[in-house]
Design a protein around this ligand. Structure first.
Ligand code: NAD
Length: 318
């Protein structure tokens, strides 16, 4: 894929704003569509006023909005979503509306667009559910997500594939591991720091602490997204994006406690869910087989432990 003008949905968010910077640094013209529900304009501060940059505070729930944003773009990086896996347990509508319906609206806008024939989508490792092959390759199946978030990402992938084959669109799907870095507003590191700031004596961990997953630093992630977009050959191509190793929640907690100089804090495991998961829908073990994207020349610069430590330090400096 090549492009001159790109739409980035969710471009004011944690990953989106980093991706915007990478694209701006490559000389592209960029339109960001974001309703600022979770994203922040400050994340894009450095680009405001640049004649290659346009920010639209709009909601993707409105199809006309998305059509307007797509004008003259030749590619869309679709990141706008509810990114929090946990919310789906209490709010069963959010993943359907924010993830499935908005992807459908975007694809409808693309179907009617003369210029935009390329979509790059940030899917998730959660589509694999409790995979019994680890590291999990892109061809793993049957796919049985265990959360509504995972289900919504898988449904979106399927729609991208259908629209691509019917309407001459090209799709690149990046199945992301846990992406971390300063600026993230959800996830285990954010939660642990937040808890310790409120109570420096006791740190309560969801689950039994043995949840073991791959963590990737955000700069590695945006580089992988662009590598996938540039290197994809098929009409619809899927890439796993993660690190080569894992770290468990207890080890993350120890890093957080250490970096905050709170070595005396008592770490308490909640073990509310029978098999030690943090919450219903939490995948206990996740490591992606990244050999496919490696063949395009992409490698993570930092392993899971390094990514976590960099993130903790960066969050504490903010
Ligand atoms: N962070 C991770 O670990 C991770 C892992 C796998 C996949 N992903 C996916 O990557 C993408 C970005 O995630 P993130 O962590 O940067 O989250 P984020 O919440 O920081 O970014 C999402 C952005 O979308 C915007 N948005 C949400 N609903 C919108 C709507 N209806 N209209 C317009 N804008 C809307 C938000 O304001 C926010 O800026 C998401 O699709 C997420 O599912 C993230």
């Amino acid at each position: 894929m090549t492009w001159n003008k790109a739409l980035v949905t969710g471009g004011a968010g944690f990953i989106g704003s980093r991706l915007v910077s990478d694209l701006m640094n490559r000389g592209c013209e960029i339109v960001v569509l974001d309703n600022l529900s979770a994203g922040r304009l400050e994340n894009l501060e450095q680009w405001i006023g640049n004649n290659r940059f346009t920010f639209l505070k709009m909601d993707m729930l409105n199809l006309d909005t998305t059509k307007t944003a797509l004008e003259d773009c030749d590619i869309v990086f679709h990141l706008a979503a509810n990114p929090d896996v946990r919310i789906g347990v209490s709010d069963t509508k959010i993943d359907f509306e924010q993830n499935i319906s908005n992807t459908y609206r975007l694809l409808e806008a693309m179907r009617n667009s003369k210029s935009c024939r390329n979509i790059v989508f940030t899917s998730s490792s959660t589509i694999y559910g409790d995979a019994n092959i680890v590291p999990t390759p892109e061809c793993y199946g049957p796919l049985k997500p265990i959360s509504l978030y995972g289900a919504s990402k898988l449904a979106s992938e399927a729609m991208i594939s259908g629209y691509s084959h019917l309407f001459g669109i090209r799709g690149v799907i990046c199945r992301l591991a846990n992406i971390v870095g300063p600026g993230s507003t959800h996830g285990v590191i954010y939660d642990l720091i937040d808890k310790l700031r409120r109570n420096s004596k006791v740190l309560q961990i969801l689950g039994d602490g043995s949840q073991n997953k791959s963590y990737l630093y955000v700069d590695d992630c945006t580089e992988a997204i662009l590598t996938s977009a540039e290197g994809a050959q098929d009409q619809v191509e899927i890439f796993n994006v993660g690190s080569n190793d894992t770290i468990d929640v207890l080890a993350i907690a120890e890093i957080v406690v250490g970096e905050m100089n709170l070595k005396g804090a008592e770490i308490r495991l909640t073990r509310k869910i029978a098999d030690g998961r943090g919450w219903k829908g939490d995948v206990k073990r996740m490591l992606l087989d990244i050999s496919k994207i490696n063949k395009l020349g992409w490698r993570p610069k930092w392993n899971s432990r390094q990514a976590v430590r960099r993130t903790v330090k960066g969050m504490l400096d903010q």
